[in-house]
Design a protein around this ligand. Structure first.
Ligand code: XMP
Length: 317
């Protein structure tokens, strides 16, 4: 539609005017905002943009592959894929406090990103997928105490000495999505549920282990698969599995098992400040539970979280 074309043309012109022939670097997370920002900036300046995709070992199943397929193979953008999972998991070993985990993930991210930025390009600009609600939320006028710190890429421009390029700063989420579709990003990517910066790190309760992340990735993928198949994915605001590092007794093929538990979480919300747990059909929950227990070796029990926000938060940590 012409409005979107005009918005794209205007944004492209503004990006070109701002950066000239400079190099730009962007941290691609696989989320909607950074993806749309990347697609838009790539449209404007092509190979002057380098996207850095940091795999912290706490991503969802096939997330890295999806991002590379889209940006490297389809858009032909320059993408650097950094597998930093060993570094992140080492730094997190034995740490069980949620805020401490967030801080470590944020800190390691800055370190890895910074090293790549220095190594790969002579970037003068750091691009971010900051959208209008982020601008308001992080503004000086924010009231109340911070309940959870949302560490993503905070602190990067200062340490890198880069100028900030934030082409989505004036847009609301639904506008960002429309822009993404107009730029040719797949519906599935543009309408994906939000995923926290610390990723599965806050969905594995307590201390993180690679083994836990691997089990959780499989369980989560089954849940999301079945939600999509049943037409429920777009009817909930966020859905995911949470790994509980407790073992419970079960029986499988006549033998006693003693394996881990996952909880499924699906919520409906307008603003993520309050949320209702989604009344998913029992048949759907049953199918997901059955598949997880059958297919994920190491998980023998599945529960459904029926807590609203407040008092529970959407994430478990
Ligand atoms: P809570 O758990 O606070 O979550 O009810 C509200 C929304 O925020 C997301 N969330 C995070 N996002 N970094 C992020 O980027 C974080 O540390 C973080 N913690 C929670 C959560 O997924 C939900 O959408």
């Amino acid at each position: 539609d012409w409005t979107m074309d005009a918005i794209i043309a205007d944004a492209v012109a503004r990006i070109q005017a701002a950066v000239g022939s400079d190099e730009v670097i962007l941290g691609l997370s696989g989320g909607v905002d950074s993806s749309v920002a990347a697609a838009l900036i790539h449209r404007a300046i092509g190979d002057q943009l380098t996207c850095v995709f940091v795999d912290h070992g706490l991503l969802r199943l096939n997330e890295g592959k999806m991002v590379l397929d889209m940006f490297a193979d389809r858009l032909h953008a320059c993408v650097v894929h950094v597998d930093a999972s060993a570094q992140f998991l080492d730094a997190l070993a034995g740490v069980d406090d949620p805020e401490a985990k967030r801080k470590i993930i944020g800190r390691e991210f800055v370190e890895v990103f910074q090293a790549e930025a220095k190594r790969r390009v002579q970037a003068k600009w750091l691009a971010q997928g900051t959208i209008y609600p982020d601008v308001i939320e992080s503004g000086a006028g924010r009231k109340g105490k911070v309940i959870k710190s949302h560490h993503n890429v905070g602190g990067l421009p200062e340490t890198l000495g880069l100028q900030l390029l934030e082409p989505l700063r004036e847009l609301f989420k639904d506008e960002v999505r429309q822009l993404g579709v107009a730029l040719g990003l797949p519906h599935e990517m543009v309408y994906r549920h939000p995923f926290p910066g610390p990723g599965l790190g806050v969905r594995i309760l307590g201390a993180i282990r690679r083994e836990y992340a691997d089990l959780l990735r499989q369980a989560d993928a089954i849940f999301i698969d079945e939600l999509r198949a049943a037409g429920w994915y777009d009817q909930v605001s966020q859905a995911f599995a949470v790994f509980l590092p407790v073992k419970s007794v079960g029986v499988s093929a006549g033998a006693r098992t003693y394996d881990y538990v996952v909880s499924l979480r699906a919520v409906q919300t307008i603003d993520f400040m309050t949320a209702h747990w989604a009344e998913l059909p029992y048949s759907l929950l049953g199918k997901v539970s059955q598949r997880i227990i059958e297919e994920v070796d190491g998980i023998s029990r599945v529960v459904y979280d029926i807590s609203g926000k407040p008092p529970a938060t959407i994430e478990w940590e």
